[in-house]
Write a protein that binds this ligand. Structure first.
Ligand code: G3P
Ligand code: CA
Length: 240
């Protein structure tokens, strides 16, 4: 079973920062996951929430601030004084960390809260310019965004995100179309998921920080987990 470092190595470093990504880039795990929003001046930035309140010393919506306004804030101190001065990374800065590593990059498009006009196009343009198409998975709770991504760049893999499993999940995924189903644990082990495993669609599950659950998911046939503790989980799963 593959391991993705969720928001970078976010259990031990401030989530979605260059420090968290550099740490993930040194690990032998399969991939890394991170979240993209768009600024008032249409720049792509990596942050989980639509507001900066929780993970910085500032307040407000990403969509209402320019990149230079956002760069004035500290995105490390909330986690630990050791990370004071961490800034919000752009998507390009994060991709550059992984430019010469083996990692698969799961870019989550956070367009489910605000639509971020032009975001899908901009992400694909950057990934293509950096020649990283074959290493990227685009995922979103906004299934319209991944439908659009598939139309614009059929070779880039996609994953539809769910908090729960739907009725007829295989038909739903194939209709989008998406290449994989990404689902909140514990929905990945519901009986209705059996048809997804039987159809051979990759199932990836978030966020799994517990050894017992990771082993259960591996048994169930889950292709990958997203974890905040990639190094620890790698050691545990290798040791089986
Ligand atoms: O992509 C998997 C997972 O990150 C989705 O949930 O809230 O952590 O972005 P969230
Ligand atoms: Ca995410």
């Amino acid at each position: 079973m593959n391991i993705f470092a969720h928001r970078g190595a976010s259990g031990t470093y401030p989530e979605n920062t260059i420090s968290a990504f550099k740490e993930a880039s040194y690990l032998p795990v399969h991939g890394v996951e991170f979240d993209v929003h768009m600024t008032a001046d249409n720049e792509l930035v990596v942050i989980h929430d639509e507001k900066i309140n929780r993970t910085s010393d500032g307040k407000g919506y990403v969509k209402d601030m320019t990149l230079s306004e956002l760069k004035n804030h500290d995105f490390g101190s909330w986690f630990s004084a050791d990370f004071a001065g961490e800034t919000i990374p752009t998507l390009q800065e994060v991709l550059e960390v992984f430019s010469s590593t083996h990692h698969v990059l799961n870019i989550e498009l956070k367009s489910d809260i605000f639509p971020y006009d032009g975001m899908v196009e901009k992400v694909i343009e950057l990934v293509t310019a950096m020649q990283m198409e074959s290493r990227v998975i685009l995922s979103s709770f906004d299934h319209g965004a991944i439908q659009k991504a598939k139309q614009l760049a059929p070779s880039i893999k996609t994953g539809a995100l769910f908090m729960e499993v739907l009725v007829n999940p295989v038909d739903y995924i194939r209709n989008i179309p998406a290449d994989a189903l990404h689902v909140l644990f514990p929905a990945a082990i519901r009986p209705s998921m059996q048809e997804v495993f039987e159809a051979g669609l990759p199932v990836r599950t978030f966020t799994v920080n517990d050894e017992k659950y990771a082993k259960m998911l591996e048994q169930a046939g889950v292709e990958a987990i997203f974890t905040d503790y990639p190094e620890k989980m790698y050691t545990i799963l290798q040791a089986k």
